[in-house]
Design a protein around this ligand. Structure first.
Ligand SMILES: CCCCCCCCCCCCC/C=C/C(=O)SCCNC(=O)CCNC(=O)[C@H](O)C(C)(C)COP(=O)(O)OP(=O)(O)OC[C@H]1O[C@@H](n2cnc3c(N)ncnc32)[C@H](O)[C@@H]1OP(=O)(O)O
Ligand SMILES: Cc1cc2nc3c(=O)[nH]c(=O)nc-3n(C[C@H](O)[C@H](O)[C@H](O)COP(=O)(O)OP(=O)(O)OC[C@H]3O[C@@H](n4cnc5c(N)ncnc54)[C@H](O)[C@@H]3O)c2cc1C
Length: 670
């Protein structure tokens, strides 16, 4: 088939670009070799038989059941393709931030029913099992003999893990654990793939041995027969029903009726139960929460990727769409030329870069701390936990806001399923809740910040990410200059100021006679604000420093664009938080006006590179799945092509006319 022509607007836009798009793509991927590898994987998947979505009825027209079956068919075929690839390539990078395997969105548009298998089940087996268990289970999990999920949340409790009700009671006479769901609220609820996909799961349950409860621990549990896939006796399993998004994730419920599993089913890297029921404690009981920290860390770069998908759609569409006529007798401009539109779009693109570089930095910190933990050194664990919590929480909330803004920037067409923005929206919004709900994680970081504040009052802090607190003691009002380093210092002063205020409020409540827990609750709005401010200080500092560092590794034309994006991100947030800056620095109304002017200059400087910037994300059309965002910009043709796929368009008159409309019309005549 002849290549379809690229829309003239995009041809012109691509000519305007001042930097080498391929150079930026390689930087985003982490190097030329990584870009080549990713493209190789994408070609392999896109060209593999049985995976193309091109000629299919769009999945939104399928029934709930058909949609799941379609997702399983594709996810299974995709796995076969990856299995073939793994025979000749190292695929361990699947458990680190990489765009190499995101081609799966080109196969299963929404969330794959296998997501929890690779995202949490396998990592938990790898990181929480002892060496013998890893040797026995991992090959089976990696080969999909064991298809698994991570079953922690229950109907009654998701946040409060110590409140989980599922019990695992050790019976030394048979050397087994007895799993039981004593109440309706103890039923597992939510795990992805649990409903009809998984035959195994990691179950988090309260461990009882010798009549003593030792808190929550992970167990590997078979729930379905490997031949027939029937639920095993003592297991009640099913699907929880339709949701806002995640339609193909196959989220399920699970209950146990005195269900027996062997002693060695408990994941025993950290804590153990011996044959006689003796309990050996973990060096740190929070190690059981390790998979959640791992996923929270990964979510930051995942969000950067989702922003790059949504941004590609909205920016390309904005270059193709013409609307209104500000100047009489002149053609309607591209909506991308409206400065308000640039304001909606460019901060989203800049945020994708800010999250990617910060997410990579967080991943490197995580890897270092986990290495230390494996040697028995837990010193950095609280700081890592505090960082992972607030970054996951704030980045997911910001990303959801940015995706919504991208959708709004596409007007009515952004509301179409075929734009793919609704599905991306559903995926991103979910991250605010799962893997630790927003407020709950912010309050975890606040616990750390309150301790750090107390420490800082002695003139020293042990952890580098809060060293700015000491600076605040010397000078609690930043002397303002409109420079990046002052803006960063400003965010640190805001964070320190808000931590101090929240701390003082907490103390005041305690001194007034409140229990610490009640005082904490009373101060919690301020504590969440303090966590947010701390996170903004981290995001602005790390993203700026990382972008500056990267700019020294590329050509001058690209370096200029990277610095513009980094500065845009800093100024955007300085303006957003101008009230806070007024409280904690000497910033003036004049400084703010100058920053506003600079912000608008940056929008104008970025404008010619808008299409180049999203092209550099290099999200293939097959992965973008969007009528509005394809590389060729054939927006209207695609919208019509997709509309014509509606089953309602298969016949000129729908039968409901004869059944309902006609009788209604006839009655009107009487
Ligand atoms: C955009 C696309 C994204 C794709 C991403 C790809 C990734 C792969 C796929 C992922 C798929 C995800 C699908 C969803 C899965 C899930 O949601 S699984 C379930 C997740 N559930 C949660 O996150 C539950 C949240 N709750 C908790 O973590 C805990 O209950 C709690 C809130 C932390 C409280 O725990 P508790 O035991 O009650 O502790 P506290 O008393 O509050 O604190 C005690 C001290 O322990 C410290 N601490 C707590 N957690 C940790 C930890 N993980 N590590 C280290 N330390 C920890 C805490 O700070 C306290 O310290 P002190 O202040 O010093 O006392
Ligand atoms: C799409 C999706 C996929 C999921 N996948 C899985 C999975 O695969 N496996 C799994 O085990 N779980 C999964 N979950 C469950 C998820 O981890 C939980 O829903 C999440 O941790 C939030 O817990 P919750 O539902 O109990 O919310 P709740 O804790 O009940 O939250 C309700 C409200 O109460 C507030 N609140 C609760 N506690 C406090 C507190 N201490 N202080 C202040 N406010 C508080 C919250 O801020 C929130 O506003 C998934 C959830 C979703 C949405």
């Amino acid at each position: 088939m002849a290549e379809k022509k690229v829309c003239e607007d995009l041809v012109k836009e691509r000519k305007k670009c001042t930097f080498n798009v391929e150079e930026l793509t390689r930087l985003i991927d982490g190097g030329e070799d990584k870009t080549m590898e990713r493209r190789e994987v994408e070609d392999m998947v896109i060209n593999a038989g049985g995976l193309s979505t091109k000629d299919e009825v769009p999945e939104e027209y399928l029934s709930h059941k058909e949609r799941y079956e379609n997702a399983i068919r594709k996810a299974s075929r995709l796995f076969e393709v990856f299995r073939e690839y793994a025979k000749t390539h190292d695929t361990t990078d699947a458990f680190s931030p990489t765009n190499k395997y995101r081609v799966s969105f080109g196969v299963v548009k929404d969330i794959s029913p296998f997501m929890l298998h690779m995202g949490m089940f396998v990592p938990t087996l790898m990181n929480q099992s002892d060496p013998d268990q890893v040797a026995e289970w991992l090959p089976k999990a990696l080969s999909m003999q064991y298809i698994g999920t991570y079953a922690q949340t229950e109907l009654g409790h998701g946040t409060f893990l110590r409140g989980l009700e599922t019990t695992a009671t050790y019976d030394p006479s048979t050397e087994e654990f007895v799993l039981n769901s004593p109440t309706l609220t103890s039923y597992k609820w939510w795990p992805g793939g649990l409903a009809h996909t998984a035959n195994h799961c990691v179950v988090v349950a309260q461990l009882y041995t010798k009549g003593v409860c030792h808190g929550v621990h992970p167990f590997l549990v078979q729930i379905r027969d490997l031949e027939t896939h029937m639920p095993l006796e003592g297991i009640k399993v099913g699907e929880i029903g339709p949701k806002l998004g995640f339609q193909t994730a196959n989220n399920g419920f699970l209950g146990f009726n005195h269900y027996r599993i062997p002693r060695r089913s408990m994941l025993m890297k950290n804590a153990q139960v011996l044959k006689d029921g003796t309990y050996i404690k973990s060096k740190n009981d929070k190690l059981t929460y390790g998979t959640m920290v791992f996923v929270r860390v990964l979510i930051v770069t995942d969000l950067a990727y989702e922003l790059s998908r949504a941004g590609t759609i909205a920016v390309r569409y904005s270059a193709v769409r013409h609307q209104s006529q500000p100047k009489p007798n002149e053609p309607e401009p591209q909506i991308l030329d409206y400065v308000t539109q640039q304001h909606k779009l460019f901060i989203g693109v800049a945020t994708s870069h800010a999250f990617r570089v910060t997410g990579n930095w967080l991943w490197n910190s995580y890897s270092k701390v986990i290495k230390d933990v494996s040697k028995g050194n837990m010193d950095q664990l609280p700081e890592l936990h505090a960082l992972a919590c607030c970054l996951k929480a704030v980045c997911s909330r910001d990303a959801a806001a940015r995706v919504e803004e991208f959708r709004l920037a596409c007007g009515g067409h952004g509301y179409m399923a075929s734009s793919n923005l609704p599905i991306i929206n559903g995926i991103v919004t979910a991250t605010i809740t799962y893997e630790g709900e927003f407020t709950v994680l912010m309050l975890q970081t606040a616990r750390f910040l309150v301790k750090a504040w107390k420490e800082a009052t002695t003139g020293k802090v042990k952890t580098p990410t809060v060293s700015y607190l000491v600076e605040f003691f010397k000078n609690d009002r930043v002397i303002w200059e409109n420079t990046p380093s002052t803006m960063i210092k400003g965010f640190q002063a805001i964070a320190a100021g808000k931590i101090r205020t929240a701390y003082e409020t907490l103390e005041k409540h305690v001194k007034s006679g409140m229990d610490y827990e009640d005082a904490w609750n009373s101060a919690s709005v301020q504590l969440v604000n303090a966590s947010e401010a701390h996170c903004r200080a981290i995001l602005t500092e790390i993203s700026w420093k990382e972008m500056v560092r990267l700019s020294t590794t590329v050509s001058p034309s690209l370096a200029q664009v990277l610095l513009q994006l980094a500065e845009l991100y800093l100024i955007y947030w300085t303006l957003e938080k101008r009230g806070d800056h007024l409280m904690y620095s000497t910033i003036t109304r004049d400084d703010i006006q100058k920053l506003q002017t600079r912000y608008e200059e940056l929008l104008a400087l970025i404008r010619p590179n808008a299409i180049g910037l999203v092209d550099a994300f290099d999200v293939r059309d097959e992965i973008l799945n969007s009528t509005l965002g394809a590389y060729d910009g054939r927006v209207y043709e695609r919208l019509m092509e997709e509309a014509l796929k509606s089953p309602l368009n298969a016949e000129p008159v729908n039968q409901s006319f004869h059944k309902y409309l006609k009788p209604l019309m006839l009655k009107a005549k009487l």
